[in-house]
Design a protein around this ligand. Sequence first.
Ligand code: SF4
Ligand code: SF4
Ligand code: SF4
Length: 343
Amino acid sequence: MQHDQQAGALSRRGLFKVSAALLAGVTGLATLPKQLLAAPLEGKLATLIDLSLCDGCADRPQPACVTSCKQEKNHTVPKPVDPIPSPFPTNIIEDWSKKQEVANRLTPYNRIMVQKAQIMVNGQEKNLSIPRRCMHCDNPACATICPFSANTKDKNGAVVIDQELCFGGAKCKTVCPWQIPQRQSGVGIYLKVAKELMGNGVMYKCDLCIDRLKAGKTPACIDACPKKAMLIGPREQIHAEAEKRAAALGGHIFGKQENGGTSTLYVSPVPFRELEQKLTPASPDPKKGQPLLKPDVKRKMAESDGLGKAVLAAPAIGLVAGLVGALGKLSQRRAEHAGKESR
Ligand code: SF4
Ligand code: SF4
Ligand code: SF4
């Protein structure tokens, strides 16, 4: 009880600091406090991305959030085997290990990217920057569909893919409205199980820096942001803060309803549908790791959703087909072996 009270007091102090930061946004960034939200990182969390504060790190060769994420995460991707086995039946190999520097799209080595939009804000043309990563959905279809339960939602809200359990089948990417997870071929458990028949690597995406959260630290990208454009904190407080900022800006919120609700709220001075139309490049391609915004997108895989049912059945069918195929191949090899021995 006493702890709860202390936490509440800290939270209020934290939010006071946030309000001070908002004021500082108007008066000048030099007065921004280092730590925006001092509440303990416990219970259900959410993040806020304030597009009125993010400037895309225009004075740096690469946004600080992108650099810090690469530093935090890239060493967690193992070196792929060489050569990478050709997966059956697609024969598609996705090897990003030699292109780790790529930053203009999502990859296993780039789990946050910053999109741009040139757009009128209060009668003035402005360049808005939009950091994009996993939204950590409230009811993530990517986790529901995973046939190996490798993708789960933590009680703090982070949606995390277990690299030790993922076969890289990419069903999670198919059902994600933003096609966020990205595959590295030639790594992971499939190499030890049935590398010619099942799987194709490991899927990677933002895990909200869950290890840092469990150690009481803020995610690396939030820590690194020089404009304090991103916040993390108790979910209800972040929601209240988003509403407050949107009201102050006469602006808009994204992430509250999308895909059935998420743990990431964006605040923008312009409507997200307009923002989507102004994204550069003019036609971002989710298949190429450049997610659209898709304001109001509905969650796939609702029971009434025919496509959802088909996609839900797919991993089971794929699993059975894979196992039947594996058994068939094994018995064929045994027969060949027995034939050689009897000669
Ligand atoms: S969120 Fe922060 S670190 Fe990332 S691009 Fe915007 S200002 Fe830079
Ligand atoms: S944004 Fe996509 S990958 Fe992230 S939790 Fe939602 S459905 Fe899953
Ligand atoms: S929370 Fe961690 S994993 Fe996610 S984008 Fe930020 S630094 Fe990368």
